[in-house]
Design a protein around this ligand. Structure first.
Ligand code: ADP
Ligand code: MG
Length: 322
């Protein structure tokens, strides 16, 4: 089967591209699909979010730490007093070795060595990351050097370079999700060049709506310009919707009128404090070793992305039938 390569796009920043890319990939991985997140943004937001998620899920916080000690003491029939707990927190807890997502090699270096497989890291079961790093800002310069403007068709060669490398790893996965920066740039173009399915992220605010339309037009232009492009627009996904807000619902209606009823996803990603918090602290998941994730807000956050992942698969299947 062909490996779907998904890109969440919008020409505006702060509309939830990274959050939705990562949460969708996370949920696909939980459903058993081997999923790769490619971070094509030199700001490394997806890499940071997944690094925080790894740290959160692999390291005990103070409560987890004491809970474990209490359990062990109980097993041995020992008494664990408040004093002991305080002492352990003050003296031993800070000394615990912290597990962090270890990035072996930067993607910029790996791209120049034509060996991107060497930079991929495992975040959790079925979830992998092709990480971005600060030196990825040098990517446009690197491409200009190897394809100077006197080379035939240099623009397309630059845009296609990532895809050439990407081919060597793609088939190892069931799904690939690419996170892109908001600016139209060689990064976004490189992603669109290899995308199979684009999801337009639409925050229900006017400037995001304009950003979605501009992104849509831009994709169309690229499609007309390069013969090898072959992507579907899988749909327009309403994100960060404020429930019950008149303007939000109006923009949702405008989107249906503009893009067509069927184009707009049934799943709507509402505004959730918990999702915002995942951005700062990493994703919590009750199935992980540490890091909480057991209350109803976590449950709701995962449920909404589970629904989205299912709708994405359904839309892909419908697309294959046509
Ligand atoms: N459904 C949501 N509910 C609440 N906050 C959200 C939601 N989706 C994203 N955010 C927050 O909105 C901000 C911008 O999201 P981000 O994914 O970084 O956007 P982009 O990648 O388009 O710049 C972040 O602080 C993120 O935590
Ligand atoms: Mg982002």
């Amino acid at each position: 089967m062909k490996v779907p390569v998904l890109v969440f796009g919008n020409r505006k920043g702060g509309v939830g591209k990274t959050t939705n890319s990562v949460m969708t990939a996370y949920e696909l991985a939980k459903m058993g699909y081997k999923t790769l997140v490619c971070d094509l943004d030199p700001q490394s937001s997806a890499t940071n979010l997944l690094s925080r998620t790894y740290a959160r899920q692999k390291n005990p916080n103070k409560n987890d730490y004491i809970r474990e000690l209490v359990c062990k003491a109980k097993e041995k029939g020992e008494i664990f007093t408040q004093e002991v707990a305080k002492k352990k927190i003050a003296e031993d807890y800070p000394k615990l070795e912290k597990k962090n997502l270890h990035i072996k090699k930067t993607m910029m270096l790996a791209l120049s060595e034509k060996d991107i497989a060497s930079t991929i890291v495992k975040v959790r079961k079925n979830l992998f990351l092709l990480p971005s790093d600060d030196d990825f800002v040098d990517y446009p310069d690197f491409l200009e050097q190897i394809f100077p403007s006197n080379v035939d068709n240099f623009k397309e060669k630059r845009i296609a370079y990532f895809g050439e490398q990407f081919k060597t790893i793609k088939d190892d996965y069931d799904f690939v999700v690419i996170d892109v920066p908001p600016t139209l740039s060689i990064y976004t173009d490189s992603a669109i060049y290899i995308a199979d399915d684009v999801i337009v992220a639409l925050q229900t605010q006017q400037d995001s709506f304009d950003g979605a339309i501009k992104f849509y037009d831009y994709m169309q232009k690229m499609f007309n310009k390069y013969n090898s492009l072959d992507f579907n627009v899988l749909g327009v996904l309403p994100v960060i919707l404020h429930k019950g807000a008149g303007l939000d619902n109006q923009i949702l209606e405008d989107a249906k009128n503009n893009f067509g009823n069927d184009a707009v996803f049934d799943t709507v990603i509402t505004y959730m404090e918990r999702i915002k918090r995942y951005g700062r602290l990493g994703i919590a998941d009750k199935e992980a070793e540490f890091g909480g994730g057991k209350d109803r807000y976590d449950k709701a956050a995962h449920q909404i992305y589970h629904k989205l992942a299912k709708e994405i698969i359904q839309r892909l299947e419908e697309g294959n039938k046509e």
